[in-house]
Ligand binder design. Sequence first.
Ligand SMILES: Nc1ncnc2c1ncn2[C@@H]1O[C@H](COP(=O)(O)OP(=O)(O)OP(=O)(O)O)[C@@H](O)[C@H]1O
Ligand SMILES: [Mg+2]
Length: 608
Amino acid sequence: MDYIKKLSRFIVPYKRYGYLNIFFNVLYALFSTLAMVSLMPMINVLFGETEKLTIKPVYKGIKELKSFGEDYLNYFVTTTNESDGPQQTLLYMIILIISLFLLKNIFNYLALFFITFLRNGVLKDLRDSIYNKVLTLPISYYSEKKKGDIIARISGDVNEVKNSLLAVLELIVKEPLTIVFAIVTMFTISMKLTIFVFLFIPVAGLIISRIGKSLKKKSNRVQTEQGVFLSTLEETLSGLKVIKGFNSEKRFNDKFQASTNRFYNFSNVLMNRQNLASPASEFLGIATIAALLWYGGSMVLIENSLSGGAFITYMALAYQILTPAKAISKASYKVKAGNAAADRVLEIIETPSLLEDKPNAKVKTDFTSDIKLNNISFKYENDLVLKNFTLQVPKGKSVALVGQSGSGKSTIANLVTRFYDVNEGSITIDGENIKDITKHSLRGLMGLVTQDSILFNDSIKNNLLLGKEDATDEEIIEALNIANAWEFVKDLPNGIDTNIGDSGGKLSGGQQQRLSIARAVLKNPPIMILDEATSALDTESERLVQDALENMMKNRTSIVIAHRLSTIQSADQIVVMQKGEIAEQGTHAELIAKNGVYKKLVDMQSFE
Ligand SMILES: Nc1ncnc2c1ncn2[C@@H]1O[C@H](COP(=O)(O)OP(=O)(O)OP(=O)(O)O)[C@@H](O)[C@H]1O
Ligand SMILES: [Mg+2]
């Protein structure tokens, strides 16, 4: 029940399928009992045990329903026997049995038919929610979590939940009802025998629940391990070049196998636990039947208090209880496994987003005056990466950030785009704190070129369309021109429709960079944030990228993070950073004249 409550918001949209399933399961349970009961008159006909009744019985209300039914059947058998012979009667009985069994199975199918929509619907919605969450969670979340783990949850765990949903309904509706109907009928056949049977049930139940204990923990371990090896796979796929280049195949292979080995061991324990369920309950059931045979047999043989047909039907019903009892124990394992999986799925879905927009956040559509970083301090983990950092970027100006690796340049880009929030101080745009603006509108004002070109396995056109969804081919070509990329795109076999491979792998580093610049250009935002790649480009492509940057910075407000100082000589202001603080700032000429850190950096680069 707790489990259902946990998932309720995903189940509710499909609840009518749940009700339909329950409805047909009630019919199923009823008809499976009726089908068994219909064996009784057949056996009685076969062995001539039917009570002779030649007067048509009259209906005397619901209380007498059982005896009325029996009498009517006996009357029918007696008269048909007399008029058409026993073989004909047998045929009628067979038709009755077949029809009841047919109905039972039709209802079973219908119940499964409807629940399918609920199960697959919940599966789909869970996947959608995780994916949606993956998109909304802050970047910082992924420094902690492994990607493979998320993949495992969105594929494996969600499936586990789907499977358990059928089990849950079997557990709370179908099988218990089947048992209840069977037991009620058993009581009507023989009170004494049923009380005897009941002495065995608690014992069996106790043993079965013992087996089920600790299953949740075990299944959780299996799923977690799945996340581990999927993470390794994911990293391997994206790092193949390095793995091969460093001859590290064995190292990764060992890591992967260590995980699959643990998975192997955990799953063996888990599955064998599950495997035990069915044989154990079957044997317990048969033991009950054996006791029944002994006790009931004496009722038939010695006491003569039970007819042969009734006893056989009774046995069939008792066996009929076994199947659901088995199914219940199996289903309860599935539910336990599903419960563990649901916890893992919900953990992601319910992770609070630390960077949620304020409820009254403003939508900002234009940029009029400046961006300011007011005395900000920031740390990713324990150490301050930026300390009391202050910077103003007026509209229409370009500000370049330079400095050693690790001095906090990319961090500034992360903060201005609000991938992270500052710890102290504030960032304002036109005097408004960016925390008071919706993230969507804030980022709408900015074009972002990241340090590593992030491209998708799609055509050049589709990669660029991220910048502007409804761009025409002409606009795309113009953006490619500005970014100095048209020069190589035009020679590609399919032009802008050429697929560029995984992460743009079919292109050179410089080409990838120019494409990601073109993407930002196509967006044509008022503010550009550009993190120049460190990867060494040859002089030719360096010049091409540099031209692209200069084209892009024209008439725009831009924050450019540069490693190649030649790129930013024309910037309106150059900020030299050192360990998260400003060491110097000014124009190129001023800083050269100052003969400080910047001069040293420039000298070093020209020396190269
Ligand atoms: N996601 C992160 N989690 C924890 N620490 C981080 C994270 N990203 C960066 N850092 C740390 O923050 C500091 C500044 O990193 P940043 O990426 O801003 O440097 P950078 O100036 O861009 O360097 P580079 O020139 O090499 O790109 C570094 O010391 C780095 O170790
Ligand atoms: Mg950087």
